[in-house]
Design a protein around this ligand. Sequence first.
Ligand code: ADP
Ligand code: ADP
Length: 218
Amino acid sequence: MKVAFLGPPGAGKGTQAQAVSRERKVPHISTGDILREAVQTGTPTGLKARAYVTAGKLVPDEIVVDIVAERLARPDCKQGFLLDGFPRTLGQAKALDAILAKSSMRLDAMLYYAVSDDVVVDRISGRRLCKSCGANYHVKYIAPRKSGVCDRCGGGLYQRADDKPETVKERLRVYREQTAELIDYYRANGLLKEISADNSVEAVRADTNRVLDAVAVR
Ligand code: ADP
Ligand code: ADP
């Protein structure tokens, strides 16, 4: 299962990818997670990426493409992977095709999480993450049993710095300007599978599984 998840920030890609990864034992590769960790630990990549991530701009293609090429070369990706938040530009999409072609692989499907603007803003503003295990919550829709505390590991929950309203606006603008054209790219090559992401987590999960089951039997 070699698939990628596309959609605006806050569409629910990460939530679905985490669940699929657990259930189907396929590595979840989120370029956002990798970049945030690099920024936090201050690696050379993190130092280059910091200003872009903080401002809600895209990190330059060459940096992100190198990260993904290195990650996909690891043995755990031989049987499949879930790319979350990559590719995000036409240049990244073409680079991904080239990376996979080198190992005689190709993408099986691009899952596109279609969601309305007001839903996205509501989801991002309530997003909370666990400091210790990365589990994803929402203050209204996926609330932890105890406010501010992770159900799974007891870690503290925090709000991402770039989930503040000013940066969210910029990220949505960047999505429309640089990423949305990928919908046409993947529709044209026959890989696009659209999922109605406005629905509940359970409904979106059922839709996601239906698409992945069809991919798996091909
Ligand atoms: P969201 O889940 O809200 O869509 P991400 O965690 O995927 O956000 O990304 C957070 C930030 O990391 C982006 O705003 C951008 O700065 C950077 N980033 C993540 N993936 C990419 C990518 N494929 N290309 C360029 N920048 C990226
Ligand atoms: P993305 O990875 O696309 O940026 P996330 O998976 O992080 O999005 O989801 C954004 C926020 O919305 C999170 O707080 C998450 O818990 C919540 N969320 C995800 N899917 C749904 C859904 N179907 N209904 C309600 N809330 C959701």
